[in-house]
Write a protein that binds this ligand. Structure first.
Ligand code: IMP
Length: 423
């Protein structure tokens, strides 16, 4: 299958890194299509743990890797990641970055942080990496792109225009120190030298790869419910996380995509603020967090934990057109004698719905309707394929496929690279 999109089906942190890693092995080109260093993919390979932020996961397999035009890049973090990978013997020679990707500048980070502080109780709970302000400037047509970094005269001109406005914001609105033109220009000219060899026309690169019959994997960051248009706004990220956004962000036509893999955790987690109907109250939440190691890759924050929400998963299926599902971290549920799965919501008026409510207030007040399933209370290490899972675990997986109407093709049963079962 030449072009496959892989999308998080929940609120991010679905364990996509592991599935991307598996698919990347059989791909020629792996592209990140959205977001920036707010994403964090953890991959455990040969006993080593890699926490990737900008880099497509294919980098660990030596594949051609692309950071698409729809991404935002923090050049300092990017260079740090390059250095780290190279120090660990991972080549970055086949990495390419779109010249159209936007640059996260120091004022974006300061504004993200200042904005969250100012919002107080109303905060979004962002990763504070400058994502929202960078995408906002892109839409405002004030952004600085990777290709601007490569031309000192243009860069200086853009910095002048931006600083004239941003320094007023920083000082007057957020009480933050202003940024200095010469210092910024010098720092970014230096970072540009490190970035230069990686910058190319990535739309053309991917198009050529597809014409040559190569397998291209488009890797989404975050998750469906964090999508700017269709997620739980305003508690979302600022990019298009959906499969439909992948083609536009990378710069190919949507007709080139032939498969969409949705990745969902066997339960649900969310970081930051916002509604979460199946969030678990009390000790079971803490237990699940500990068992699943549910602490943010980027920020280290505790992730909120909840039971699997099939209403939300159905919604994600609708928005992305999943052709298959990957269910991750099923082993974490091995420790619960009873499992809850949300199959419908009860709305304020008492009626039940199987579809995610379109109106925010209905969603905020939705109560989960649970089906209670028996747990399996045994480790899943022995199983070599889905058929070999304990009966209750198999039924759990089958219920998901049936309720959502998409086959579950992969199931994750442990941290290591090889702990993925196939149908
Ligand atoms: P931002 O992307 O930093 O602007 O954060 C906006 C919202 O998206 C916050 O609730 C973040 O916690 C959430 N978010 C952003 N990236 C990720 C991710 O990779 N995993 C989970 N949540 C994320």
């Amino acid at each position: 299958m030449p072009a496959t999109v892989l999308v998080g089906a929940q609120w991010g942190d679905e364990g996509k890194g592991k599935i991307v890693d598996l698919l990347a092995r059989h791909s020629d080109v792996v592209c990140r299509y959205n977001g920036g260093p707010n994403a964090g993919h953890t991959i455990v390979a040969d006993g080593e743990t890699y926490k990737l932020r900008h880099m497509p996961s294919g980098i660990l397999w030596g594949r051609e890797c692309v950071i698409g035009a729809g991404c935002v890049v923090d050049p300092a973090v990017f260079v740090e990641e390059l250095d780290d990978l190279e120090a660990r013997g991972i080549s970055t020679d086949r990495l390419r970055v779109s010249g159209n990707a936007h640059v996260i500048m120091p004022w974006h980070i300061a504004i993200d942080q200042g904005g969250e502080r100012r919002l107080g109780k109303l905060k979004i709970g962002t990763t504070r990496r400058g994502i929202g302000p960078t995408y906002a400037d892109k839409a405002f047509r004030l952004g600085i792109r990777i290709q601007d970094l490569l031309e000192p005269k243009i860069l200086r001109q853009k910095l002048e225009v931006a600083l004239a406005e941003k320094n007023v914001w920083l000082e007057r609105v957020y009480g933050a120190p202003p940024l200095e033109l010469e210092e910024l220009a010098a720092r970014h000219e230096q970072l540009a030298q490190r970035l230069r060899p990686y910058v190319t026309d990535t739309s053309l690169l991917v198009d050529r790869a597809l014409r040559d019959g190569q397998a291209v994997l488009l890797e989404g960051a975050h998750g469906t419910l964090l999508d700017l248009d269709h997620g739980t706004y305003p508690f979302v990220t600022s990019s298009s996380t959906l499969a439909g956004g992948a083609a536009a962000s990378v710069g190919i036509g949507p007709t080139r995509i032939d498969a969409v893999v949705g990745v969902a955790k066997a339960y649900v987690t969310r970081v930051g603020e916002g509604p979460f109907p199946t969030e678990i109250e009390g000790d079971d939440q803490t237990r699940m967090r500990k068992l699943g190691g549910e602490f943010g890759t980027v920020t280290g924050r505790d992730r909120r934990c909840g039971w699997l929400d099939l209403v939300a998963l159905r919604y994600a299926t609708r928005l992305n057109g999943f052709t298959t599902l990957a269910l991750t971290k099923l082993d974490v549920l091995s420790n619960f004698d009873e499992l809850r799965v949300c199959t419908a919501y009860r709305l304020r008026g008492g009626e039940e719905t199987r579809e995610l409510p379109a109106h925010q207030s209905d969603f905020h007040h939705a109560e989960p309707v649970y089906e209670v399933l028996p747990g399996w209370l045994e480790p899943l290490d022995e199983a070599e394929d889905l058929a070999a899972l304990p009966e209750a675990a198999r039924e759990y997986v089958e219920l998901v496929g049936r309720e959502v109407g998409v086959p579950v093709a992969l199931v994750g049963t442990g941290r290591e690279r090889e702990r993925v079962l196939r149908a």
